[in-house]
Design a protein around this ligand. Structure first.
Ligand SMILES: Nc1nc2c(c(=O)[nH]1)N[C@H]1C(S)=C(S)[C@@H](COP(=O)(O)OP(=O)(O)OC[C@H]3O[C@@H](n4cnc5c(=O)[nH]c(N)nc54)[C@H](O)[C@@H]3O)O[C@H]1N2
Ligand SMILES: Nc1nc2c(c(=O)[nH]1)N[C@H]1C(S)=C(S)[C@@H](COP(=O)(O)OP(=O)(O)OC[C@H]3O[C@@H](n4cnc5c(=O)[nH]c(N)nc54)[C@H](O)[C@@H]3O)O[C@H]1N2
Ligand SMILES: [Mo]
Length: 775
């Protein structure tokens, strides 16, 4: 055993867990799971070998063409140019000068600071908050609203249930389910791989145990979705491998059956809901002459009519929990599946009962269904943004391509401003956005792109100015999450590698250069900020009955757990028990199966009640001859694109490329052998992957996780958009609908073939060419 491992190590927190960090002579030698975590995630190991590796960005870098020609004039070289190392002094001069030029010549709305992304855990050094605070002190920026995770639900649920976040976080807890739920019907499964993660930090992992305990207690699981592996084998789930994107059709078929079989809880509907009659007209086919019967649903889901009818009857006769995965929102018309599931749950009348009703994404994160109170942590104040222009977050490419054009969103019409400067810190659009080939073209348009990153990932490679950020292991911070009971003092384990600096220090230098240092720092250094944020956290905690120690004592004890016993959690219990006293925040105070507000927007695709629109791409309508539905779900071995270059993620690649899961039937008809180099293609682009044949995926569906660093090929290779297996070169870049304009990555048809030529090597794990300054 390494002698360093005998030390207790410092504590750190990540979105995938809390860890002890061991060092030797200023170098991180090992990372071990936190002693309070019975099921630590192996994702944490991925950082040890890359902290100081060849892909670490150690000095400020400027794209050669930008340095030589100035802002604009990319000649399409953004993303393929060499970089030039510059001093911090020079870098700060360039970035502050460019910010000044853009805001004075074009106005602050010409700066896009929406900068979506997860960055790292830690309340103070949260890169996106730091960036927004900084930009606000110098005049503001065009911002973004909603998330990539579940934009469609964030916009729709307030109309239907009055709120989104309290409904997600208030999920009925596993301990209640174990004792009371008989049938757990999971659309999109209960993917334990995702339960490794919670935004802000995880103290103790518990999803797998929740599933195991419930299964051992006799709860029956049903997995509705394209992947068998979305359920733990121990859950012994019954699998309904429906066509992806057809959940609304199945739910309408269930609703129709419940009505026909007289299994609808009318008393519940009249006491707790409005608008059921309008929905029922639609279900019965009064609008379009098509009753949404089990037969109708069968044609759209691939299930037998009898399976649909039997499932409906079983749901009505058992204590049933419906779980809808967040992925259901990331598809064409992703506003509708949740609404349809809420309508069916209302018809069953079990909302607010122990173990019955609905839950939004069990195991989408560790926190969903956990029975504890999160920490009411303080956040870095971001100040006021005087700029009013914004985009729904997934409209980034349209923003860059179509200045001056309008977009519709949630009942309003917005205008895309012209963007001259893009500033990103703590997210990776070359990971998260769809149709990356199109985005890469749009990305050439702004005059300047500034990025803070710590590794040479696809975003850093597509920047003009890269400022090297420190990692959480190289700074002090406090981790807390409204979704986790642990408060962790994240103690700096090593000094920042190379000349990297914490985002805060970078913005401080920029603010100073722009005459706004005091406004940005508030005259505080890291320690003073941590004390201030802790003091606020302590006050907030006190107001909900949690006694936190003094700051110095907290630092010494390293972590605090809010272990106050909590009442078992039952979603919508108060509303069920006393609807007059605890009305929902909808106009009627009730569940709005029909929403007049949404209907008033006049969107034909979202008429105000759960509605089936045929998805633009799905198995019911093969696109341009492409016959397979692509599921690009979350990666098991990392969080998004983070640590893709680390050992844990790289060990999961096959022959250095991302594996694509293919059913034996589809592999055989295309002559694809297990382990073959394959090309997956769609009308948007194509990528190379390694085939992994498995009957965990239903026939007609391919599964390719997100997260492989986007690797466009060198100019001499044609017909491939990514050498490494990033599914976002294949996906569609279209809003869910005019209601939410969320991303719709899951509605995507592709095909696959054996790649016959010589295999071009993956190059994204080789750092770009870096030159010395010639000025
Ligand atoms: N096809 C498809 N696409 C998807 C999805 C899908 O299901 N299918 N899912 C979507 C979803 S739900 C999401 S949330 C998004 C996620 O997309 P992102 O959140 O953008 O992805 P991450 O890889 O987590 O990006 C975080 C970046 O922050 C950097 N970083 C970490 N710590 C720091 C720091 O302290 N300072 C700075 N400056 N940088 C830091 C990391 O190196 C990393 O590059 O992807 C979306 N994209
Ligand atoms: N390890 C790990 N955990 C993560 C993340 C990560 O990157 N890595 N990301 C985190 C983030 S940001 C988020 S938002 C959550 C996301 O949580 P989810 O949205 O639950 O994540 P996914 O893995 O995309 O989707 C879950 C499953 O839904 C199924 N599915 C997809 N489309 C359909 C459909 O049309 N119908 C049905 N019935 N099923 C479908 C797929 O089989 C997929 O495996 O995960 C979080 N947890
Ligand atoms: Mo997400």
């Amino acid at each position: 055993m390494n002698s360093a491992c005998l030390d207790k190590g410092t504590l750190t927190s990540t979105h995938w867990g809390t860890y002890r960090v061991h060092t030797d002579n200023g170098v991180v030698t090992a990372i071990n799971g936190f002693e309070k975590d019975p099921d630590p995630s192996p994702i944490g190991q991925g950082i040890v070998d890359v902290l100081d590796g060849p892909l670490r960005i150690k000095r400020p870098m400027v794209r050669k063409g930008w340095l030589e020609k100035g802002p604009g004039n990319t000649d399409g070289r953004r993303g393929s140019d060499d970089f030039v190392e510059v001093s911090w002094e020079k870098a700060i001069e360039l970035v502050s000068g460019e910010l000044e030029r853009v805001r004075s010549q074009f106005g602050s709305q010409a700066i896009y600071g929406g900068s979506y992304g997860w960055s790292s855990a830690g309340r103070f050094h949260h890169a996106q908050s730091q960036l927004k605070r900084f930009l606000n002190t110098i005049g503001g920026f065009t911002y973004s609203v909603n998330t990539y995770s579940y934009a469609a639900a964030e916009v729709t649920l307030p109309y239907v249930l009055g709120d989104f976040y309290s409904m997600v976080n208030g999920a009925t807890s596993w301990d209640v389910l174990k004792d009371h739920c008989e049938l757990f019907v999971a659309f999109g499964g209960v993917p334990i791989k995702n339960g490794q993660v919670t935004n802000g930090g995880v103290g103790r992992h518990g999803q797998a145990q929740g599933v195991r305990d419930a299964a051992a207690n006799g709860m029956k699981f049903v997995n509705v979705g394209p992947l068998r592996s979305d359920m733990l084998p121990e859950s012994d789930a019954r699998w309904y491998p429906i066509y992806p994107g057809s959940d609304v059709a199945l739910l309408l078929g269930i609703a129709h059956t419940l009505h026909e079989e007289n299994l609808v809880d009318q008393a519940f509907l009249s006491k707790y809901t409005v608008g059921f009659e309008r929905f029922l007209q639609y279900v019965l086919g009064d609008d379009d002459g098509e009753p949404k019967s089990a037969e109708w649903a069968s044609q759209r889901t691939g299930l037998q009519p009898s399976e649909i009818r039997d499932l409906a009857v079983e749901m009505a006769t058992k204590r049933t929990m419906i779980s809808v995965s967040w992925s259901l929102t990331r598809q064409d018309n992703g506003e509708q599946p949740y609404w349809a599931a809420i309508a069916v749950a209302s018809m069953l009348g079990q909302l607010g009962t122990p173990g019955g009703g609905i839950g939004f994404g069990y195991s989408a994160m560790n926190a969903i269904g956990a029975n504890y109170q999160g920490m009411p942590g303080a956040a870095l104040p971001q100040g006021q943004n005087p700029v009013k222009s914004f985009i729904p977050v997934a409209r980034i490419t349209d923003l860059l391509l179509h200045p001056g054009e309008t977009f519709e969103y949630n009942g309003m019409t917005g205008v895309y401003p012209e963007i001259k400067l893009v500033y990103w810190a703590g997210g990776n659009p070359f990971h998260h956005h769809q149709d990356l080939v199109r985005m890469r073209q749009a990305w050439q348009k702004p005059d300047t792109i500034v990025v803070h990153e710590w590794s040479w990932n696809s975003l850093a490679r597509h920047a003009d100015i890269v400022l090297p950020s420190a990692t959480p292991l190289e700074r002090n911070d406090i981790a807390s999450s409204s979704r986790d009971p642990f408060l962790v003092y994240m103690e700096k384990a090593i000094e920042p590698v190379g000349e990297s600096r914490a985002d805060y220090d970078i913005f401080r230098l920029l603010a100073k250069a722009m005459g706004a240092e005091e406004a940005f720092t508030g005259n505080r250094d890291e320690e003073a900020w941590l004390q201030a944020l802790y003091a606020e956290t302590r006050d907030k905690a006190k107001s909900v009955g949690i006694e936190l120690p003094e700051f110095d004592e907290f630092k010494l004890s390293e972590w605090f757990e809010n272990s106050t016993p909590r009442e078992p959690q039952i979603l919508l219990k108060q509303f069920r028990d006393a609807p007059e006293m605890y009305p929902l925040k909808t106009p009627s105070g009730k569940i709005e199966i029909f929403s007049e507000r949404v209907a008033a927007f006049g969107y034909q695709e979202a008429p105000g009640f759960p509605f089936w629109n045929e998805p633009k791409e799905w198995l019911g309508r093969p696109a341009n001859g492409q016959r397979l539905h692509l599921i690009s779900n979350q990666p098991a071995n990392k969080l998004h694109s983070q640590l893709d270059h680390g050992s844990h993620s790289r060990n999961s690649k096959i022959n250095g490329r991302e594996p694509v899961l293919i059913n034996p039937e589809d592999a055989e008809s295309r002559d694809i052998q297990d382990g073959a180099l394959v090309r997956v293609y769609s009308p948007r682009g194509s990528c190379l992957c390694t085939a992994l044949i498995s009957d965990d995926v239903r026939a007609g569906v391919l599964q390719l996780s997100t997260g492989a660093w986007y690797n466009p090929p060198p100019a001499n290779i044609s017909g491939i958009s990514c050498l490494h297996g990033n599914p976002n070169v294949l996906t569609r870049d279209e809003g869910t609908s005019r209601l939410a304009q969320g991303p719709s990555a899951m509605s995507c048809m592709v095909d696959i073939e054996v790649y016959k030529g010589e295999a071009p090597p993956v190059t994204v794990f080789t750092p770009p060419t870096v030159r010395w300054p010639s000025y």
